[in-house]
Design a protein around this ligand. Structure first.
Ligand SMILES: [Zn+2]
Length: 241
């Protein structure tokens, strides 16, 4: 996991920067406010404006440690560029992603460290998380789980960050939640920890709300069995406060 501009400046959604490298339909910028996605979070979308026009950014591609902006048409961008993240899409991803942390924290506490086996956020305001969970009554789990998530949202807990060494990560149990993919350290050997104060700490490179109360309430849409050890929990943001 690299350290992204948006980790240090999450509120800066527009920067004026320069093209470093380009090919038709893709461009590498000196600085980018775009989050590349990962761990189930979708890459930011947005727009690039330059001397010859503007073009939509539909995704990001990481190649040899560089973050390329994937464009909606095979144009070649050059020179000075104003890069703007779509604020509505970023906010949606941020709310959903923070919601999955809360869900993950509560499930992990209730089921003694149950690991996440997969996660996917969707552009329609829903997300799913898969957990390695023992046999549980899905219907009985749903109501209390939804209430517990919304209680954390209501409490408006602060969210903060810390960079710790890989050794410290290994020493503190519970920081790595994903069964298959542990986020790699950055160039300095540090791992980014996100903490929902009073609830949860874990390694993560995604975008998060500044406090849990800044998001909409969450609904548990469904809990399914996926194989003998997996439970798939689908959540959705309630559309209006
Ligand atoms: Zn996260």
């Amino acid at each position: 996991m690299s350290r992204y501009f948006c980790h240090e400046h999450p509120a800066t959604l527009t920067v004026v920067t320069r093209v470093v490298d380009a090919r038709p339909g893709a461009v590498l910028l000196e600085t980018t406010p775009f989050h590349p996605g990962g761990g189930g979070q979708l890459a930011d979308r947005g727009i690039l404006r330059w001397r010859d026009g503007d073009i939509t950014v539909v995704g990001m591609e990481e190649s040899e440690g560089q973050l390329w902006h994937v464009l909606s048409a095979p144009v070649e961008v050059s020179g000075e560029v104003e890069a703007s993240v779509d604020p509505v899409f970023r906010e949606l991803m941020t709310q959903l992603h923070t919601g999955t942390h809360i869900l993950n924290a509560i499930v992990s506490q209730e089921f003694r460290g149950a690991l996440v086996t997969g996660a996917q956020l969707n552009a329609d305001g829903t997300a799913r998380m898969d957990f390695d969970l023992p046999d549980t009554d899905n219907d009985r789990l749903r109501g209390p789980l939804e209430a517990a998530i919304n209680d954390v949202i209501h409490q408006d807990l602060a969210v903060r960050y810390q960079y710790v060494s890989a050794d410290e990560v290994a020493a503190e149990s519970g920081l790595i939640r994903n069964r298959s993919v542990a986020p790699p350290p950055d160039d300095e050997g540090l791992v980014r920890i996100v903490e929902i104060v009073g609830l949860d700490r874990q390694a993560c490179g995604g975008t998060h709300l500044r406090s849990t109360g800044r998001g909409r309430p969450v609904r548990i849409l469904k809990i399914d069995n996926k194989g003998r050890h997996n439970r798939r929990v689908r959540i959705g943001l309630v559309s209006d406060r």
